[in-house]
Structures are given as structure tokens and as C-alpha cells.
Design a binder for this molecule. Structure first.
Ligand code: BGC
Length: 964
């Protein structure tokens, strides 16, 4: 049984979480602390910064960490209060300055970067009427309000996102400083924002002076004369690298660079190393791992072997001295190489590390490397070198194990309490040569031993050989695991909970959304989605994180993109992945199942290939990214041409996965054909958006023909079913508006009858069908039924996973633990997360709107739910809704960002007559009519039993009451 959460609207959650932290009865364990903080984190975006700060306090354990945390929260609450009390009237300085979706990016290679900012104002219903951007080559210049690189002047425009740079040419390697101000509805100017910056990467191939070099451990000493004023390292590898300068690791990225189709494109990272280098002797040291570049394992596609035999490095350090002299140090044949302590490394199999082979001082100047050999220069990748413009993979948190057991003598099994991605840090003391083996698993057998049957061929283990010098700390560099349990064998003595720390690793995307509701099972599912999503972000969206796959399966990616974008700040990540998809396109326009292509069918199943148009479309919808549509238009057109060339009489029949992991089989040719229709429809819309009306018309026409052919082929007008009448079959047809009008109601009935009577309110879909089904039910006015499915706890359901102890979503609806395919951390069923935000949380894009310019707040107040609270950091700022329903009263607390507006749909209380709606203290609806006068509330209309308010930006508190 799950307990219901007490009623706690958003602000109260923050306050009570803060109170919890201070109270003498507050959290005294790390876990409780994390939980309190999770509540904070889930409700207030600002707390994310604090959270990040807090999670960096790895050096503190227990109470110390608690104290630090308390100070942070205190500061947060104080600053919030001070801002509230002392804040000035009118338009406030813009915040949240982004360049190419990133804040203060270092190393971008876009000649015309795009900017966005978030607006604030003390009054409601405020828009931006004009803006001015200043970009300067120095902070001093910007301080004097001199935009020597670009002064946009006052531009009369409401654009506060996707604003394209229009200044002079930007130079390789230079840093630019920028700020922005805006004019509000009344024409008053805001103060300028705080200054932000962006830095260009190396813009042309000629800027690269080095060569690719191979080796395991690489070093180079350099002698620098003069005072260094600026130094940048540009680094990439075929595989993974760790760069060290003068004995210290540079930056906090791990498993860098991103997994790409290396022969076509390699991504480099830019680091500011000014303070790492000094006049005189310096040492550069690099460790290399194979990563995805050398991984030879394949699935069933013999063509995709390892990209390269050995990992390789490409590096360049550009140094500027006082007086203007510049020096470049690059990877080349003058570097020295040797075999380091990493004996072997593999993404799937783990790392073998022999600490006895460490060579202390190897990454410091003055080290005797006479025994090292010269490095081999190799051809490396001839592909494009692009800047890595997305959040890096990082260790984002440390976890204290929950428990430790010893099911057999000498075998210790640690339980992290959470299925996670990453590795563990081992602390150990013992004689030299002792070998400690760490094996990772998602599951345990009833006797407490780890169950690794579902890992496929992944060995997923790290082996550490001690050097025997006091306490030794080890964590691997070039692998990762998906696990909840860690088996430790060979440990000298008995390990304690302090012998291991879980290191949570994934692409470090920021949080964007929170969703909490009064029904606990929903919060549990949300927690599983959160974890499954994050643990499947490793520079590409992966299917799973544990077995020998971890691939960019495109079907999984398209199914969960909306959910991911509501929960996390995903824009830069998907922008990168879309380019990866383009890189993987075959000459005939088709796409593989996985990107970069390693596994899967060729061409991919359409539910997988369709990730290309769908992700472009979702970027357009969520972020208003027109450039994505422009850049991919031609390649998408080729893709549609491929589909067309394989369709016979306008029916596309190629298929492979269909509705993957389904319970009732839906014919794959039908599903493939629906995707064909969907893709053509989207493409026609894109053509329209880009002003290509002729193409829009001809693809629109094609879509019509495909639809007719589909109905002729797959619709049975006698039984009112599509294909074989499964939930997936009928849901897809209804969701994409394929059903002839006169049959709509009947097909709807086929669908809902199948759910309710055919399957006792359970799903039979796989992950393809369910993505359509949930929002469809809401659009049919059956949120009640969608809700019943969402909170279901018997098999098959999300709640069933929770009840069975899952801490991440499973690959299958079934609870399987054997050797077959059954990952316990797949994100693909997580698409329901988008439905949480849209339906229960009420946050939607306005009709025909993109990027949250127009918002539709329309909570589905289902009977069993007392309240729900959702908030999303959109590209235009915070959109949030907390609603509360008790007998005769509905309240809605709404936030609409400046420069946006919203329709707020207040649903009726059942059987309510004489409804009165107040906003704050004012009546805004009475006697069936809108009452004007409340600032920001511009109009209201009745839509059936609902009242729809049109509001400008600001925060509103609606309260509906009425006699029964
Ligand atoms: C992956 C899935 C993927 C599927 C398609 C599986 O092995 O884990 O998530 O979409 O294959 O074939």
C-alpha cells in the first residue's frame, strides 16, 4: 500500500523542507537530508544551484555535510526574502543569459550564435517591446556599455529567445562578453543584465596544429618563458582521455569526449588552463582509454566493428604571454608514451588497474621519462572537429551505501539503495599485490548474492591491485556501470560502509521541471523516471546503462524526448544528438536503429528512424528552434524520399520492432505505415514554417494520400478497429487523427472498452503505443481513465514496478530477472512523465505556439487527486501551476513568465452551480460572466463547463467556489 502525501502546495513544500533542515528533529541521516533536499530541488529552480554546490561537498561526510547544507539553505532563503523586500519596481534586469542554450559556454563553433534571456517585472501582463544586446571584447568595455563587437541598438522586437548574432565576424579562440536589457510594455527600460560570456573554439581545421597520437600514458614537458596571461587547452580523443597538467586533472569532465560517429565527427572540449601553467617547466600528461572508439563487440550487424584499434589523442594548448607572444603546444611525435597502471579498460567490461604500476610524478615536470618510448602518430579521424556544445558527463553526486551484507565468507555485497549509473570509489588498505574485485549488478538472488544474468556479455567489473602504501583510494576512469549492488571480493579484512562511495555519473544536464501530486504512487513513478532518464544520458540518449548495449536506440529517444525536456534542460543535448543522427544518415536517406550506428537494423524500424523528424519537431515546439528545422530540412527531405520510394501504393510496409515490448501484438506493417503518415505530416508542417509553401502543399497532399491508403488498408469499418484492434493500433490512429469522422466515436469505444473491459483497466501496449495512448485519452476527455492506468499497481503498470521495489523503470512490463532481455533501467516507458506535466500538472504549450510564448494551463482534475504541483523552467522562464481541490473549492496558483501569456482553464467542480471565481481578493467570474478589473486578467470565456481566463505574465491565485 502506498500512503497519500499530505496536502502541500509548492511554497509550503519549500518552506517545510527548509524548516526540516533546521529543526532539531530534522534530518540526521544523509538519506533524510537528501530527501528533504530533493523536495526543495523539485520545487524551486534556484535550489538546483545550491544542490550542485552541496553535492560538490564530497569531502564532507555526515554532520559536516549537514552543517554546510544548512548554511546554503539559509543563504538561499535569506536572499529570496531580501530580493522580495528590497526589489525595485518595474522591469528588472534579465537573467538566465544563454548562448546556444548554454550559460557562459567555452569553445563554441557557431559563427552566428543565438542568445536568450529570461525577463522579470514587478507588474503583471508585461511583454518585451524592445531589447538591446551589447557584446564587447573585454569586460572593461562592456562595463562602460560599449558594444565594440556588436551593439544591436534598440531593436523593436518581442524576441527574447533564439536571437541571432548580427555583429562582425567572431574570431577563433576569443572570449566575448555580453549583456542585455529590455523595454517593457510601457516603454521603460530595464537595467542591463549581469554580464555573461561566450568563447569561440577553433573555427577552422588550420587552427589545429597537432597530430593524432596513440598511447596509454602520454607525457610532454614544456618550458615557458614569460608571464602567461591566457592559456586554453583544446582536447579530444578517439576513446576517452584524462588530461593532467603539473600533477592535476584538468576540469571535471569524465568519459570525454562524447560518443560520435568518430570517422565523421569528433568533438573537442575547451579548458581554461591559464592558472595551471607557470613560467618555466611544465608537464602535460594524458591517460587514454578506448571508450566507444575501440569497442569491438557487436550485436548482429557484422559491418560495425571497432572504429579504431587503439585510442588516440589530439590536443593543443594555446598560450598567450604578456607582451603578445603566443605559443602552441600540440600532440605530435615528440610526446613520450608508456603503459600506465590501467591494464585494460572497456565500457562494458570495466577497468583493471594495477596501482603497483603507477609512476609517481609522471605528470609533473622533472620526471625521468628516459625509459618511455616515442609516441606513434596515426591518421586518427579525418572527420570534422566540432566543439562539444552540451553539458559534459560528470560525477554529479556521491552516495553512501545503504547496507552491506556478507552472503558468503569473503563476499561482501553493498546495496546502494538506488539503481544508478557510474562507478564506486574504493577505500582500502592492505599489502601490495592484493587484488580487490568489484562486480556490479542491478539485482540480487534471494540468498543475497548478486544476480548478473541480465547483463548480457558485459563483464561489468573493476579490479584494483593494491600498491600497499597506507590507505589507497581508487575509482575507474574509462568505464561505467549500471548497478544498485556491488559485490566486493578479495578485500583485505572486512570492509565497512566507508569502504565504498557510489559515484553517480551521467551527462550533467540541469534540472528543469518538478512534478509532485497528492497520490504517492505518482511521485514514486516520477522518481523512477527521473533516475532512469538521467542514468541514460551519456552524451547520447541510451537505452540502458548496464548490459552490453547502452546504445543510442532511436525509438527510445523519440518516445521520451518530451518527458526529458520537461524534466531537464535538454536543448543543447538534443541539438547535438540531432546532428549525430544527420551524421549517421545513409546515402539513400534512411537511418539506422541506433545513432551512432553500432547495433540494430538497417534501415531502422520506422519507429526508430522517426526520431529524426520527431526530435527536430520537439526542439521546435519546446524551444522554438527554427535553426534546427533549417539545418535539417534537406536531410529530412531525403529521409521522406526514402520512405516514399519504399511505399507501395502509398503504404509503407517495412518493419522490424513494431510496438516493442508489447503485451498484445500489433502488426508491424500497420505501425510502420502510421509512422510514414506522421513523418510526412510533420515534414509538410516544417516546410510551411520555413516558408516553403509549394513543398508544404505537395507534402500535405502526399500525407492525405497516405492517410487514405492507410484507412483503405488497415481500417475495418465493420468492427471499428485498426489493424487487429489492439490498444496501440486504435490509439495511434485516433491520436494522429486518421479516423474518418463518422467512426471516431466508435473507434474510441473500441479502445476504451479494450482497456476497461478487455483488460480490467490495464495496458497491453509496448513503449510505442503507450506514448500515444496517455495524451490521447486526455484529449478525448478521458483523463480519468488515463489516471487509472497511471496509478495502477498491478501487472502490467508503472506502479507494479514500484511495488516490486524498482528504483528505475524496467525494460519490460514483466518482472523478469533471468538471462533474457530484461534491463532494470530503461527509460522508454518514461514517456508517461510528459503526461504528468501536461495533464495532471496542467502545463502545455498554447495552441499553435512554440517555446512557451503562449501557454495553456489546463489541469485535469481527476476525482482521486486532491492536488498536484508542477513547474518547468522553460526557455522563457518559469511556468508553474499548483492546484488544489477539495469539496466545493478549486484553487490554482499559476506563474506565467514575462513576455508570455496564458490561457488558464479552470475546470468545474462537479455539479457546481453559481460559480464564483476570485483571483486574489477580486472576483473575476460571477453570474456566468467575466468581471473585469483584475490586473493581468484580460478576458474570460466559458467553454462548456470550464472557464478559460486569458492572462498576461505574472503570478495568480485563482479560487473557484460555489454552492452545490
Ligand atoms: C534495446 C531497446 C531497443 C530495442 C530495439 C533493445 O535491445 O534495449 O531499448 O529499442 O532493442 O531493437
Amino acid at each position: 500500500m502506498t500512503s497519500e502525501v499530505e496536502q502541500k502546495p509548492r511554497r509550503t513544500v519549500i518552506l517545510s523542507a527548509a524548516k526540516d533542515l533546521y529543526s532539531p528533529f530534522g534530518p540526521d541521516t544523509y538519506e533524510q537530508l537528501q530527501r528533504s533536499f530533493a523536495a526543495l530541488r523539485m520545487t524551486e529552480s534556484g535550489s538546483e544551484t545550491l544542490y550542485t554546490l552541496f553535492s560538490r561537498c564530497d569531502m564532507f561526510d555526515g554532520n559536516r555535510r549537514l552543517q554546510v547544507m544548512r548554511i546554503f539553505v539559509g543563504l538561499f532563503v535569506f536572499l529570496g526574502w531580501a530580493g522580495f523586500v528590497f526589489g525595485a519596481e518595474g522591469p528588472a534586469a534579465p537573467t538566465g543569459l544563454r548562448c546556444e542554450y548554454l550559460s557562459n559556454p567555452m569553445g563554441i563553433d557557431v559563427q552566428k550564435p543565438r542568445f536568450s534571456w529570461v525577463l522579470h517585472h514587478t507588474e503583471r501582463a508585461q511583454m518585451q517591446t524592445a531589447y538591446q544586446i551589447l557584446i564587447a571584447g573585454s569586460t572593461e568595455g562592456l562595463g562602460r556599455d560599449e558594444g565594440d563587437v556588436w551593439d544591436s541598438g534598440k531593436v523593436d522586437s518581442s524576441d527574447s529567445t533564439q536571437v541571432i548574432y548580427a555583429g562582425k565576424g567572431l574570431s577563433s579562440g576569443r572570449t566575448y562578453y555580453w549583456k542585455v536589457r529590455y523595454w517593457d510594455t510601457a516603454g521603460s527600460a530595464s537595467p542591463y543584465s549581469a554580464s555573461a560570456q561566450f568563447e569561440m573554439g577553433l573555427l577552422s581545421r588550420e587552427d589545429w596544429k597537432g597530430q593524432w597520437i596513440e598511447g596509454n600514458l602520454l607525457r610532454k614537458e614544456i618550458d615557458l618563458e614569460g608571464r602567461i596571461v591566457r592559456a586554453r587547452a583544446y582536447v579530444t580523443a578517439l576513446g576517452y582521455y584524462e588530461l593532467r597538467i603539473n600533477g592535476e586533472k584538468v576540469g571535471r569532465n569524465v568519459l570525454d569526449p562524447a560518443f560520435t560517429t568518430y570517422p565523421k565527427r569528433v568533438l573537442y572540449t575547451t579548458y581554461d588552463v591559464t592558472r595551471r601553467l607557470r613560467g618555466g617547466k611544465n608537464a602535460l600528461g594524458v591517460m587514454l582509454g578506448g571508450g566507444w572508439a575501440t569497442l569491438g563487440r557487436r550485436f548482429f550487424d557484422p559491418e560495425v566493428g571497432p572504429y579504431y584499434k587503439a585510442p588516440a589523442l589530439l590536443l593543443q594548448v594555446n598560450i598567450e604571454f604578456e607582451g603578445g607572444k603566443t605559443v602552441s603546444v600540440a600532440s605530435d611525435g615528440s610526446w613520450k608514451a608508456t603503459q600506465g597502471p590501467i591494464v585494460s579498460d572497456s565500457v562494458y567490461d570495466g577497468e583493471v588497474y594495477d596501482a603497483r604500476r603507477e609512476q609517481p610524478g609522471w605528470d609533473q615536470p622533472g620526471f625521468d621519462d628516459s625509459a618511455w618510448s616515442a609516441t606513434q602518430t596515426v591518421e586518427g579521424s579525418k572527420g570534422v572537429l566540432s566543439a562539444q556544445m552540451m553539458p559534459p558527463i560528470r560525477v554529479v553526486d556521491s552516495m553512501v551505501p545503504r547496507s552491506i551484507a556478507s552472503p558468503r565468507p569473503g563476499v561482501f555485497v553493498f546495496d546502494m539503495g538506488q539503481n544508478m549509473s557510474g562507478w564506486v570509489q574504493l577505500r582500502v588498505q592492505g599489502p601490495a599485490g592484493t587484488q580487490v574485485t568489484l562486480r556490479f549488478a542491478e539485482l540480487v538472488y534471494p540468498d543475497g548474492m548478486i544476480n548478473r544474468e541480465n547483463l548480457g556479455e558485459a563483464k561489468s567489473r573493476d579490479v584494483y591491485t593494491l600498491k600497499g602504501q597506507g590507505e589507497e583510494t581508487y575509482e575507474p576512469r574509462f568505464t561505467y556501470h549500471g548497478f544498485r549492488y556491488v559485490e566486493v571480493t578479495g578485500f583485505p579484512g572486512t570492509p565497512s560502509l566507508d569502504s565504498l562511495r557510489g559515484r553517480v555519473v551521467h551527462t550533467a544536464v540541469g534540472a528543469a521541471g518538478s512534478f509532485v501530486a497528492s497520490k504517492q504512487i505518482l511521485n514514486d513513478i516520477q522518481r523512477l523516471i527521473h533516475w532512469s532518464q538521467l542514468t541514460n544520458l551519456f552524451s547520447i540518449p541510451t537505452d540502458c546503462d548496464q548490459r552490453n548495449e547502452r546504445q543510442g536506440w532511436m525509438g527510445d529517444a523519440q518516445a521520451t524526448a518530451e518527458e526529458a525536456m520537461m524534466n531537464f534542460d535538454m536543448a543543447a543535448f538534443y541539438a547535438n544528438f540531432i546532428r549525430d543522427i544527420r551524421d549517421a544518415q545513409f546515402p539513400d536517406g534512411s537511418l539506422p536503429d541506433t545513432v551512432p550506428r553500432k547495433y540494430g537494423g538497417v534501415p531502422g524500424d520506422l519507429g526508430w528512424q522517426t526520431a529524426y523528424p520527431l526530435l527536430c519537431w520537439t526542439m521546435w515546439q519546446q524551444y522554438g528552434d527554427r535553426r534546427i528545422l533549417e539545418e535539417n530540412y534537406d536531410a529530412l527531405k531525403k529521409y521522406v524520399a526514402f520512405l516514399r520510394s519504399h511505399a507501395q501504393d502509398n503504404v509503407y510496409r517495412l518493419h522490424w520492432e513494431g510496438d516493442w515490448v508489447e503485451l498484445a501484438h500489433t502488426p508491424g506493417d500497420y505501425i510502420g505505415d502510421v509512422w510514414y503518415y506522421y513523418d510526412v505530416t510533420l515534414f509538410a508542417k516544417m516546410a510551411q514554417i520555413l516558408g516553403k509553401s509549394d513543398e508544404a502543399a505537395s507534402y500535405g497532399q502526399l500525407a492525405g494520400q497516405v492517410k487514405d491508403a492507410l484507412n483503405r488498408t488497415f481500417f475495418d469499418a465493420h468492427t471499428d478497429n485498426y489493424a487487429n484492434g489492439t490498444q496501440t493500433a486504435n490509439a495511434m490512429a485516433l491520436a494522429l487523427d486518421l479516423v474518418p469522422k463518422e467512426h471516431r466515436e466508435a473507434v474510441q469505444r473500441s479502445l476504451t472498452d479494450d482497456i476497461v473491459y478487455g483488460h480490467n483497466t490495464h495496458l497491453t501496449t509496448g513503449f510505442i503505443g503507450v506514448k500515444f495512448l496517455m495524451p490521447l485519452l486526455t484529449s478525448l476527455g478521458r483523463s480519468d481513465l488515463a489516471y487509472d492506468l497511471a496509478v495502477q499497481t498491478t501487472y502490467p503498470s508503472w506502479g507494479y514496478m514500484v511495488e516490486r521495489g524498482a528504483t528505475t523503470l524496467w525494460e519490460l512490463w514483466q518482472d523478469k530477472v533471468g538471462p533474457a532481455m530484461n534491463s532494470h533501467d530503461h527509460i522508454m516507458f518514461g514517456s508517461v512523465g510528459a503526461w504528468f506535466y501536461n495533464a495532471l500538472g496542467g502545463i502545455n504549450l498554447g495552441p499553435e505556439s512554440v517555446g512557451y510564448q503562449h501557454i495553456r494551463i489546463a489541469p485535469q482534475i481527476v476525482e482521486d487527486l486532491d492536488w498536484a504541483s508542477a513547474s518547468v523552467e522553460t526557455i522563457r522562464g518559469t511556468v508553474s501551476l499548483s492546484w488544489n481541490h477539495s469539496s466545493g473549492v478549486i484553487t490554482l496558483d499559476v506563474t506565467v513568465p514575462v513576455n508570455s501569456d496564458a490561457e488558464v482553464v479552470v475546470p468545474p467542480e462537479v455539479q457546481m452551480t453559481d460559480v464564483v471565481i476570485r483571483e486574489g481578493d477580486r472576483v473575476v467570474w460571477e453570474n456566468g460572466r467575466y468581471v473585469s478589473g483584475d490586473p493581468g486578467v484580460e478576458a474570460a470565456t466559458q467553454d462548456g463547463k470550464k472557464v478559460v481566463f486569458h492572462v498576461g505574465s505574472g503570478t495568480y491565485s485563482f479560487r473557484l467556489t460555489g454552492g452545490e
